[in-house]
Ligand binder design. Sequence first.
Ligand code: PLP
Length: 359
Amino acid sequence: MTRKTNFGAGPATLPAEVLQQLSAAMLSYGHTGLPLPELEHRGAPFAAILEECNALLRELCDIDNDYEVLWLHGGGRQQFCMVPQNFLTPHTTAAYIDSGYWAREAMQYAAYYGQSVTVASSADTAYDRLPEWPATLPLNTAYLHLTTNNTIYGTQWHTLPAATAPLVADMSSDILSRHHNYRQYALFYAAAQKNLGLPGVAVAVIHCDMLARANRNVPPLLSYAAQAREKSVVNTANVMGVYASLLMLRWTKERGIDAIEAENAQKAELLYNHLASSKLFQTRVAVAAHRSLMNVCFSATDTRHEKALLQLCEEHNMTGIKGHRSTGGFRVSLYNAVRLPDVQRLVTLMQQYEDSVQE
Ligand SMILES: *Cc1c(COP(=O)(O)O)cnc(C)c1O
């Protein structure tokens, strides 16, 4: 069967060469004589995989050894738990910027562990823009959490004002998609299934000053300090998932962030320009400067057009453009592995549909 073009928001499309390398490793990893899923998590081959992952991530994010890089279980939501478990105390408050579904979810998870408050929100305009940056924070703010790219509502922080508390960023849907100042964060994390590999894995990158402040009374599996001490191998690691991330990191480095950033901008521009001239489809995000380059969200003026375009795409082997169940409409995800010709084919199809309707 021919492979479909997957514009889905996650698990996202993976480059063909990465999938080929992964399948070869599944049967036999390097010279070990073992299939990848049987590789020992405390052995030298996996230690080498982790070491290369860490080096590549540091290089691509332009950060030094004063950041710990950890490869963890549980995807994005486990980080929603670990961040407050490790940094919230009975005497501090966790401040969250509510820019949409995931941002709010992260705040609600933190509430299980202590005091978490929303310090800025764009809920009142249905998240059609980013909220105003908070002018002040509560006394004793342990950290300020933001979501750099709002996967469901299609907004993205392109620049950030300075923060007066340690910044913690959920970068699940835009890590390594552009040049970015990663050093402004005390901690940033990402679920891997968008730009970094397979579901179930998350990478968390923590500045050593932040790590020094982590709570001590956390079980080792969920403790950043213990994971750092044990080099991400507190328990049986997800060797296959981490190796997939290594393949993605190598692929990312080979293309280079310059080229990735340029192509991501081109892809998004193509789609937003088309939407600007369309009579049938319109973008959901009101403020142009807040639009995401990773997830382009739009709606149809009429549900008839919505159904028709979804069906047409499936007929043309393109999938994953249906909007999230909470928003409806469309969402086209343009992660790094989605290439410009894929978006050109989609826009051509949209144009053909619009021409056929107007005739
Ligand atoms: C996809 C995504 C997550 C969810 O990660 P899970 O691995 O499904 O828990 C979290 N945050 C953002 C911004 C995402 O895009």
